[in-house]
Design a protein around this ligand. Structure first.
Ligand SMILES: [Zn+2]
Length: 336
């Protein structure tokens, strides 16, 4: 038997690190944090062990904890004190995210990315103001044929996004991340930022965001579950891969700086494709369901949490992501 080729030679202890193809660094990771205007104390998020909704007065301490682990960037989500059909607290200069950004940027060195969407701010929980759609099939709500149903008004949402990003930038956000999957959102936001003198603020677009069941625990965290229907009219169909390339191409044309794929683990093929097809940095969002399922299995003693968390993040990096948004950021960074 000819055994000239023995890959095991390079798996020996003293050489395996030298030939390792992928590595994880704390600087690759972004920690999502939740700031909540409705509370004076931290509220643990049951389905996301180790994560809390933090009051505005506690947000600096929360971010300092993140920085201590070596993670340098946070993604900020806000829960406002009140909601309305338009989501107007999303662009209020004294809004929860705006106030948190001012405090974090004046008191820490964290790189602050803000999630830009309306679903946490509208009382119906959709990612923009609603409009009637004269078709029952395809609306957000099932109804008898030919009765008006509701869907998100794309172009009215764009006008709201302009106000949100400029208010975030005025507060000091380092980067904005539109997540609503509205057509034209990146171009609209780029123009709004440029006209307001924020040409230096980059856009990380949730470019290929799927309508995924893995977001469940996040909805506890951000109080953003839609009151009716679902988001399949604006988020992508999990069956589609070519469409992701089209979405990312549109965002590239409109000036997005970083392209995100969300979720991560069930969409590693998409991350890999986007990596190959584009030269932009690729981000992947290792979402709440991906976090919660590993925690649940570990709690039962079925998996070893640290090992599966690290292996998950490594697989996302290996697929082609340059940066990873993950609820494991602090735990994994601490061990690196
Ligand atoms: Zn949204």
């Amino acid at each position: 038997m000819d055994l000239t080729h023995r890959p095991r030679r390079l798996r020996q202890d003293r050489v395996r690190d030298l030939v390792s193809e992928t590595s994880l660094e704390p600087a690759d990771l972004i920690a999502p944090v939740f700031v909540d205007a409705t509370t004076d104390e931290r509220i643990p998020i049951e389905s996301m062990p180790g994560h809390d909704r933090v009051p505005i007065d506690g947000i600096v301490a929360r971010v300092e904890d993140v920085l201590e682990t070596g993670v340098e960037a946070v993604m900020l989500f806000g829960i406002p004190e009140s909601k309305d059909p338009e989501g107007s607290r999303a662009w209020a200069d004294d809004g929860v995210v705006q106030e948190a950004v001012r405090r974090i940027t004046s008191e820490t060195d964290a790189y602050v990315i803000t999630d830009v969407c309306l679903c946490e701010y509208t009382d119906h929980g959709h990612c923009g103001p609603l409009e009637a759609e004269l078709r029952s099939e395809g609306g957000l709500e099932d109804g008898p044929a030919c009765e008006p149903t509701m869907t998100v008004d794309n172009d009215a949402t764009l006008a709201a996004l302009e106000q949100i990003v400029t208010s975030h930038a005025r507060a000091g956000a380092d980067m904005v991340a539109p997540s609503g999957m509205m057509d034209g959102m990146v171009g609209t936001i780029r123009s709004a930022l440029d006209e307001a003198g924020f040409e230096h603020v980059p856009i990380m677009s949730y470019a290929a965001k799927y309508e995924s069941a893995f977001y469940g625990p996040f909805r506890d965290a951000a109080d953003g579950a839609p009151a009716f229907g679902n988001r399949r009219h604006y988020q992508m169909d999990p069956a589609n891969a070519r469409e992701a390339v089209r979405e990312v191409r549109l965002d590239a044309e409109q000036g997005a700086d970083v392209m995100m794929v969300k979720p991560a683990l069930p969409y590693l093929d998409i991350i890999s494709t986007i990596r190959r097809e584009f030269d932009h940095p690729v981000a992947a969002y290792n979402v709440s369901g991906e976090y919660a399922m590993l925690h649940a299995a570990a709690e039962k003693g079925w998996l070893e949490l640290e090992a599966v968390a690290t292996e998950s993040l490594l697989s996302i990096k290996r697929a082609g992501a340059d940066l990873i948004l993950t609820y494991f950021a602090e735990d994994v960074a601490q061990r690196l």
